[in-house]
Design a binder for this molecule. Structure first.
Ligand code: RB5
Length: 151
């Protein structure tokens, strides 16, 4: 299952992405928002990111106006590696090298057609492990240090 969420700045693109994913037979859980009323992106980022970090959702897609705020917020949740991607190369590399578990997009930056290609590329790509795993482990250690103060 893919967790999906947006603020008002990403609402229209979120709706199109949900349709795109469901057309491909992919199960989606929509964490809102459900209209274009002004909303705070950290609220949706938190709920969708916890769904991913807990394992309830396999991956997540978050959208705000630029993709910046919602990715910053999601990355505060332990275990989350949210990657803001503006093209297919970034999308592929964020999976192969960074093992990103959330893809962030900006509705005011990326058109729907390109967003669909970015999503398809991101979902098809796999983490390569090896030397990249050691780097991801170092990121986890930074997180552990500041969350628990023990490392
Ligand atoms: C909302 O106006 C906008 O600030 C938000 O969608 C996002 O772009 C923040 O990073």
């Amino acid at each position: 299952m893919i967790a999906i969420g947006s603020d008002h700045g990403g609402f229209e693109l979120k709706q199109k992405i949900i349709e795109h994913l469901r057309d491909r037979g992919i199960e989606v859980r929509d964490f809102g928002v459900f209209n274009t009323d002004r909303a705070d992106y950290p609220d949706v980022a938190l709920e969708a990111a916890v769904s991913v970090s807990s394992g309830e959702s396999e991956k997540g897609i978050l959208i705000c106006g630029t993709g910046i705020g919602i990715s910053i917020a999601a990355n505060k949740v332990p275990g989350i590696r949210a990657a803001l991607c503006c093209d297919c190369y970034m999308a592929r590399m964020s999976r192969e090298h960074n093992n990103a578990n959330i893809l962030a997009l900006g509705e005011r930056v990326t058109g729907a057609g390109l967003a669909f290609d970015i999503i398809d590329t991101w979902l098809a790509a796999a983490f390569k492990g090896g030397r990249h795993k050691a780097r991801i482990d170092k990121i986890s250690n930074i997180e552990k240090h500041f969350v628990s103060g023990t490392e």
